[in-house]
Design a protein around this ligand. Structure first.
Ligand code: ADP
Length: 557
């Protein structure tokens, strides 16, 4: 860059004794800078301050910040006027819409690093000061590079109709003036940056505080995060925000759609799950990313990352609590199983005697008619009780499976054969989708048959008015899957945890004993398999049984 400049530092200025009008001006500039005003408000105040110390008619600022150019020009007419805007450099010239006097524009552009200083210009120079005469001498301009650290960041232009307003003899005064203005500009920028950083840190601190609370639900947390974002923006009064996760949106109260927005995406578990977005009602000015700052982009990215961590943490917590519930459930079932086995064994003996003696007594001749039918009742009741004991032993896994290599599809076909006429009578459509390449499983044929019948009977009982029963088999890695799905009323969430407990039933006395699913559970567990149920009230229920292929091992849920 071809220009001369004078480098000033705060200590240089402190060493000097400044004239009193400059000292007063310094105080005013610094107090404006410390208020953290916006760029345009600050330049407006600066031009008011400058025009108040001398009979200048115009004070204009041309600034270069982060590859952008801004101009703020204040002038005295009937009243004080001020214009501010971004400036484009095109074909060797700067072009603010509001600035007419074009003479010095080329020189300003050259000072700012665009092109060389034009030689033809009639100018006097001393120190930082360049004086230009306009037209026939009806107006004069003083150009002062603003270079707080030696690198030119802007140009101050003062105008006057009087020639003696700017003389090379007073170059020292103008040097000091330029340094003060440069430091004022820098001080404002530091103040604003500091204020923005404090706002961002406050936002991040607020987010960290809510995120650390484990008692808060994810929707509430996301709503809180959205509400913390607008105050962290450069223009909070026109900002609103939203967090979108899995299609659900959490917005600030004053949210309104707008094209002026900044968005960071929430990617969790390798998937795009949503985004965090801040919007301005209108675009106040062009900054780094639309009307937003680079730092605001970083903040939004950090918030999106924080939300990703929260989602991961919530998922782990949910998995853990689900596993704990399952473990507790399995524990309870095991305890009930031990109890059931004990009772079943104890009852087996006396039950055997009752049945044996009753059948013996039935064979005696000349029994009175009434006694004969009583004996029959005793035998039937004992047979029923023996069936219950058998089921309890199944549940308690006291009936070891007699395993062999069997085809699950064949057992399904045989099991459903018994149900098909019942399905037809009840208007239930029976759909089977059996995988043709399912390997053989090692299982007790009779017990697996029992599983299929018990699950199918429950499904049929759940659809007295008709529906659809779908039975599928499939290979899932090292497991054979058997899924039995109905379109019945489903199972209430309060009932679901109890369905495997022996004697738990929601059916009438004649319809259910509450042992069907406990038997299924006992058999599947004895086969090292897994049984899992999902149910949507009003839609239906799906039981999934997984049995290990070959000699695999599994765990009951
Ligand atoms: P039972 O059928 O004798 O009641 P189960 O142990 O087979 O005993 O089932 C326990 C309970 O689970 C049933 O009473 C019923 O409430 C519920 N249940 C089981 N299967 C289904 C199903 N397919 N649809 C709706 N509820 C079901």
């Amino acid at each position: 860059m071809a220009s001369r400049m004078i480098k000033h530092t705060a200590s240089d200025l402190q060493k000097k004794r400044l004239p009193s009008d400059l000292r007063g001006l310094t105080r005013k500039i610094l107090s404006s800078a410390h208020r953290g005003l916006s760029r345009s408000e600050f330049l407006r105040e600066l031009s008011v301050h400058l025009l108040s110390i001398r009979e200048w008619t115009m004070a204009g600022f041309w600034l270069r910040e982060k590859e952008r150019l801004y101009a703020g020009v204040g002038w005295r007419g009937e009243t004080f006027n001020f214009e501010f805007g971004t400036v484009a450099y095109r074909e060797g010239a700067l072009s603010p819409a509001f600035y007419q006097a074009g003479d010095e524009l080329e020189l300003i552009a050259a000072f700012l690093g665009y092109g060389a200083i034009p030689v033809r210009m009639a100018a006097e120079r001393k120190g930082a000061l360049t004086i230009i005469r306009h037209g026939s001498g009806s107006a004069w301009s003083a150009l002062l590079p603003l270079a707080p650290f030696g690198d030119i960041q802007g140009v101050l232009v003062l105008k006057s109709p009087v020639k003696k307003a700017f003389t090379t003899r007073s170059a020292g005064f103008f040097d000091d003036l330029a340094s003060m203005v440069a430091m004022g500009l820098m001080s404002r920028r530091v103040q604003v940056a500091l204020r923005e950083r404090v706002k961002e840190l406050t936002c991040l601190y607020g987010i960290a505080k809510i995120v650390s609370r484990h008692d808060i639900s994810l929707p509430r947390l996301l709503r809180c995060i959205a509400s913390l974002l607008p105050p962290a923006m450069l223009n909070p009064e026109i900002a609103s925000a939203r967090v979108s996760l899995d299609g659900e949106e959490f917005r600030t109260r004053t949210f309104s759609e707008s094209p002026f927005r900044l968005r960071s995406y929430i990617d969790a578990g390798g998937e795009r799950r949503g985004f965090v977005e801040v919007l301005y009602e209108k675009a106040p000015q062009e900054l780094d990313e639309g009307p937003f700052l680079r730092e605001e982009r970083k903040l939004l990215d950090a918030v999106a990352r924080e939300i990703t961590l929260v989602i991961d943490r919530k998922r782990i917590e949910d998995d853990r609590s689900r596993a704990e519930v399952q473990l507790r459930h399995a524990d309870r079932l095991a305890t009930i199983g031990q109890l059931a086995a004990g009772v079943a064994h104890e009852l087996n003996e006396p039950l055997g005697s009752i049945l044996g003696f009753a059948q013996l007594a039935q064979k005696s001749r000349n029994l009175p008619q009434a006694l004969e039918s009583d004996m029959e009742r005793i035998v039937n009741a004992s047979l029923n009780a023996r069936e219950i004991v058998r089921k309890l032993l199944f549940f308690a896994r006291q009936m070891p499976p007699a395993k062999s290599q069997v085809s699950l599809n064949t057992i399904v076909d045989e099991g459903l054969f018994f149900c098909s006429s019942r399905c037809a009578r009840a208007g239930i459509e029976l759909v089977t989708e059996l995988s043709p390449d399912l390997p053989l499983i090692t299982a007790d044929r009779g017990q697996i048959h029992q599983v299929i019948v018990n699950l199918a009977v429950n499904a049929l009982q759940a659809m007295p008015g008709g529906g659809s029963l779908t039975v599928r088999t499939a290979r899932e890695g090292e497991w054979a899957l058997l899924a039995i799905e109905d379109t019945g009323p489903g199972i209430d969430a309060s009932v679901l945890p109890k369905i495997f407990i022996p004697f738990f039933t929601t059916k009438d006395v004649n319809e259910g004993t509450g042992l069907g699913l406990s038997v299924v559970h006992g058999i599947i567990t004895a086969h090292d398999g897994i049984i899992h149920v999902t149910s949507t009230p009003g839609k239906g229920t799906r039981f999934e049984v997984r049995l290990p292929l070959g000699e695999g091992r599994g765990a009951a849920q």
